[in-house]
Ligand binder design. Structure first.
Ligand code: 6GU
Length: 223
């Protein structure tokens, strides 16, 4: 998988890809992530990437030219399966969407800012719009990191068996069961006996029941 992220705030995206699972996935060559500073594609002498909205009103709009130049440059280097614009009014990210996207290979993620991008970008240059939830963020960068993380961790070999994506919340349509580690008793608070029993079948049954119970309580719509 290769992910090219276009942003006017490249520094915001450094740390999410420089640690832990996303860092290791890149080291293992299972994913390549490249961050592109949109300002570098501006022909303007001030390297600006936004301008006043036609028709007036508050808020700047990201212009089409730098975005088109950056996307065209990337597309001259390789074929992309999706050019995704991160936008609060996009399709909601779910585990099902992450699973579907993780099967594809090359992505461009375009981070929006200000009042958004010139509508012609959405009409002509992108293939899909994704939102990470019904709330407003200051820009698409954190959303791009979230979408990337959700896709990358599903690539075979990124997670070890221990943290296998198959046991994640949502992956089987249920939220994950409670987990415990040593000590078996702390401050008088005990770990459920069944988990200390060594009886694998009973443990699996208990975990499944807890998952169902939790899903009913917290995410009834998943059932
Ligand atoms: Cl993708 N962008 C912004 N700015 N806000 C959001 C979002 C995206 N998803 C949820 N809120």
């Amino acid at each position: 998988m290769r992910i090219d992220i276009i942003t006017c705030l490249p520094k915001l995206l450094e740390s999410p890809f420089s640690d832990s699972i996303l860092k290791r996935a890149q080291e293992k060559k299972l994913v390549e992530v490249a961050i592109h500073d949109l300002r570098a594609y501006s022909l303007d002498k001030h390297k600006s990437t936004d301008d006043y909205a036609f028709g007036g009103g508050a808020g700047m709009v990201m212009g089409i030219e730098p975005i088109h130049r950056c996307i065209s440059f990337l597309q001259s280097e390789r074929q992309y399966d999706e050019v995704i614009y991160l936008s609060p009014d996009g399709e909601l990210l779910t585990q099902a969407l992450a699973n579907q996207l993780s099967l594809k290979k090359n992505f461009i993620l375009l981070c929006g800012h200000y009042k958004g991008v010139d509508e012609r970008v959405r009409e002509h240059l992108i293939t899909r719009e994704v939102s990470i939830g019904d709330y407003v963020l200051s820009g698409g960068e954190l959303a791009a990191a979230v979408v990337s993380d959700a896709m990358i961790r599903l690539i075979p070999g990124v997670l070890n068996d221990e943290s296998s994506a198959l046991t994640d919340s949502f992956q089987d349509g249920l939220v994950a069961p409670p987990v415990y580690t040593r000590p078996a008793e702390y401050n008088g608070w005990k770990v459920p006996d069944v988990l200390l029993s060594g009886h694998e079948a009973k443990i699996n049954e208990w975990r499944h029941e807890e998952s169902v119970k939790r899903t009913k309580e917290r995410r009834p719509k998943l059932l």
